[in-house]
Design a protein around this ligand. Sequence first.
Ligand code: CAA
Length: 259
Amino acid sequence: MGEFVRLEVADGIGTIRLDRPKMNALNLQVQTEIEECAREATLRDDVAAVIVYGGERVFAAGADIKEMQSMSYTDMAVAVEGLHSFTTTLARMPKPSVAAITGYALGGGCELAMCCDFRLAGESAQLGQPEILLGIIPGAGGTQRLTRLVGPAKAKDLIFSGRFIKADEALAIGLVDRVVPDDQVYAAAREWMSTFVGGPRFALKAAKEAIDRGGELDLDSGLALEKSLFSALFATHDRFVGMESFVVNGPGKAQFEGR
Ligand code: CAA
């Protein structure tokens, strides 16, 4: 349990809850605490899916500008490793994840959201990569993950201009996946993630790995990765459960055991 970030676990869902007033600015300590929570969520058997949530008012307004202000090149050459470490650890959690976005998700906050499998936003949420307005560029994966999500031209539009976009535009370009009324963001994220509780844990892990890692490879290498992940699932108990249940009871009724 960190000072600013905690992992709350209930009903099979782990919530990585950011709580650093006023804007959940991601200082070095917050980054470390998010990484610790992501590791814990990865290892805990009672966490089937993960929500990243900043509370009812704001998701996160980015890296802590006041902390970065006095950093030298060499300071940042060290600190950037932390930025990439926490975001990569989060992105590689072998479980479904969603960013539940209220208010601002800017700079490192938007980059944090892009480490999740999905983004669910409130109607008045605003997203953006405003680093250019500070004379820098996104440094926690934004140039890469935003481009992969929305394509190079839209990523350049957002990163070159630093403009904020509202939830409806983010939905239209594929930066967010669902938009709900502001007061339903967390509940809707829980409802979504609850669909994975009791799911075939190793198949979900394999699907995520095949899509995320495979997407970084040429087609032949991606297909080879899929082949080996697909075959490996035949060593799991859940695939017996899933197929036997289909044969006996019809589709979609399997009670998976996560092994
Ligand atoms: N770092 C540090 N402090 C921040 C912050 C940040 N990223 N964002 C907001 N704050 C602080 C403000 O300084 C202010 O503090 P005080 O009350 O002590 O003065 C407080 O939070 C509230 O902010 P505002 O008064 O500005 O509130 P607002 O409602 O008028 O505006 C905002 C909110 C649009 C989020 C605005 O604060 C803003 O533009 N913030 C900066 C966003 C930004 O540039 N993010 C990118 C950071 S760089 C980065 O993330 C690099 C990377 O890729 C890793």
